[in-house]
Write a protein that binds this ligand. Structure first.
Ligand SMILES: Cc1cc2nc3c(=O)[nH]c(=O)nc-3n(C[C@H](O)[C@H](O)[C@H](O)COP(=O)(O)OP(=O)(O)OC[C@H]3O[C@@H](n4cnc5c(N)ncnc54)[C@H](O)[C@@H]3O)c2cc1C
Length: 483
């Protein structure tokens, strides 16, 4: 199975990743090399049979990564969850778009090839073939499935300016030629491939923008405009323990007339087809369950930091502090429980693919944009000014000029200076650094804006018909004359 070293070697392929007005080499640039190393560690874990992440994929007959497989029983769904947790625990949930996220979507696509057969061409074989490649080559695929923020008052066909959103310019014998942009591909700069499509509803005039395809990150004409990276400003792992390892790049993907060969096309000019690929294959549910598993892992880690901070500051026996920790634990256990409840209520779809229960899954997602800021607010409350009563950098702890004072004044009972500083710098990287701010935006938006997650996904998947029926029955059980 592909190792971390294989993955790192494959990054030197001429991909056009742009930062500060220049193309950079992601294998060595300080914005990308640290998180690429983290991804390499994930591939090494998967390549180790002792990790329990391997299985024999029926699609290839070969050993593959379970996180890319189609769960065909409840037991396989459980083992899949454990594989996802293994990766999530390695990053403590701080890498949102690890390869298992989009890999899960692609597995569900392959479980339902018929969904891709209905347009003017039959793309079902492409979806199955790409999934086999994913399994065989242990690929890292990211995605860009949201139109760029130009105006949300209309869809792309209503915008001034041609091909602001990626769309088909022309078809040739070899494939489709696409032009335009799409937001906001997390991880794309260090991924092997990008899945490009549009999950937002499109109108009848948006046909050109209704596409779905996979493209190598290094494809000629493809450019990645990355947001300001935070890792280069991280002075050391000691000062920024999360930023320095887990700063995933987010990028606007720009297509300068990129040829997408037919065998890489999943949907072409089909406004219904782009929606169906996400919702009629089970991909949206299975993919977002992966995200909830990762989210639960991250919340547990933050709860651990909060608990340790209260111990170090000697406030953990105070009832009002315990109340705050209790609320934090309740919030975290709600997400953990939803992950397990979704597994417990899982059921097979008509292709035999086991999907997590949607009530629990989408219920948890609906509260994510409130839970995460609340969790951060509790940690922020508990750390007080301790996250700023800190030496300017690790060098204050090693320099003979500053170390004696830092060791004397920045300590706690039974907790040496180094340990205290380490803990509070970690807390700052969770609540206050630029990395922390980006993570809050990520958890609030990665699965869609809150009005979509609540108003569409949670609302439609709660199953209101059942509770309505109960109320109707109750209301029917008494009349005016029985008052
Ligand atoms: C850190 C980060 C990483 C991301 N990574 C990825 C990725 O890897 N791949 C990917 O494809 N996408 C990614 N995204 C994009 C993400 O999917 C979008 O941010 C999300 O879908 C919301 O779209 P938007 O940002 O355009 O917000 P908008 O849809 O523009 O909404 C912004 C706000 O405007 C208001 N609003 C807009 N329209 C309406 C309406 N009709 N009704 C009511 N209120 C409205 C709401 O207040 C809403 O919260 C990422 C986003 C972030 C922040």
């Amino acid at each position: 199975m592909r190792t971390g070293a294989d993955y790192l070697a494959s990054l030197r392929d001429g991909r056009v990743v742009l930062v500060d007005g220049e193309q950079v080499d992601v294998a060595t640039h300080p914005a990308f090399a640290p998180v690429a190393r983290t991804v390499a560690e994930l591939f090494d874990i998967a390549a180790d049979p002792a990790s329990g992440m391997q299985y024999t994929a029926p699609e290839t007959g070969e050993t593959a990564n379970r996180a890319f497989g189609i769960p065909r029983s409840q037991e396989e769904l459980r083992l899949r969850r454990e594989a996802i947790e293994t990766w999530a625990r390695h990053t403590h949930g701080w890498v949102g778009r690890s390869p298992d996220h989009v890999g899960t979507f692609l597995a569900s696509f392959a479980a339902h090839p018929e969904v891709f057969a209905g347009g003017d061409r039959d793309f079902s074989a492409n979806v199955a073939a790409f999934h086999r490649r994913l399994l065989a080559e242990n690929l890292y695929v990211s995605y860009a499935i949201i139109p760029p923020q130009v105006s949300r008052a209309t869809t792309a066909s209503g915008w001034d300016g041609e091909y602001l959103q990626v769309g088909v310019v022309r078809e040739t014998e070899e494939g489709i030629v696409v032009r335009g942009s799409q937001m906001l591909a997390t991880g794309a700069a260090i991924a092997d491939e990008i899945f490009v499509s549009c999950i937002k509803p499109l109108g009848p005039d948006d046909q050109d923008f209704a596409v779905g395809f996979v493209v190598p990150t290094a494809a000629p004409g493809l450019k990645l405009y990355c947001r300001r990276p935070y890792a280069p400003a991280a002075t050391s792992a000691f000062d920024y323990p999360l930023t320095s390892r887990y700063d995933e790049p987010d990028a606007l993907v720009v297509f300068d007339d990129v040829l997408i060969p037919w065998e890489r096309v999943f949907v072409n000019r089909d406004t219904t087809g782009v929606r169906r690929q996400f919702f009629d294959t089970g991909a949206h549910a299975l993919g977002n369950w992966q995200a909830q598993i990762r989210f639960a892992t991250k919340l547990k880690f933050i709860a651990g930091v909060a608990r340790r901070v209260t111990q170090v500051n000697g406030v953990d026996k105070i009832p009002s502090v315990q109340e705050k920790l209790g609320e934090l634990g309740a919030l975290v256990s709600g997400v953990e429980s939803a992950v397990l409840a979704a597994e417990y209520t899982a059921a097979p779809d008509d292709a035999g693919q086991w999907l997590p229960g949607k009530r629990a899954l989408y219920g948890s997602m609906g509260l994510q944009s409130e839970i995460y800021p609340r969790v951060l607010a509790i940690l922020r409350d508990l750390v007080g000014g301790g996250v700023l009563q800190l030496p300017s950098s690790v060098r204050d702890l090693t320099s003979p000029v500053t170390a004696p004072d830092i060791e004397h004044y920045v300590q706690s009972p039974g907790v040496a200076s180094e340990e205290r500083v380490k803990l509070f710098k970690l807390a700052w990287d969770i609540v206050g650094s630029e990395f922390a701010g980006r993570h809050q935006q990520y958890e609030m938006f990665y699965a869609g804006a809150p009005f979509v997650v609540k108003g569409v996904y949670s609302y439609r998947n709660y199953g209101y018909e059942q509770v309505l029926e109960d109320v109707e029955q109750f209301l029917g059980s008494y009349k005016i004359e029985t008052v």
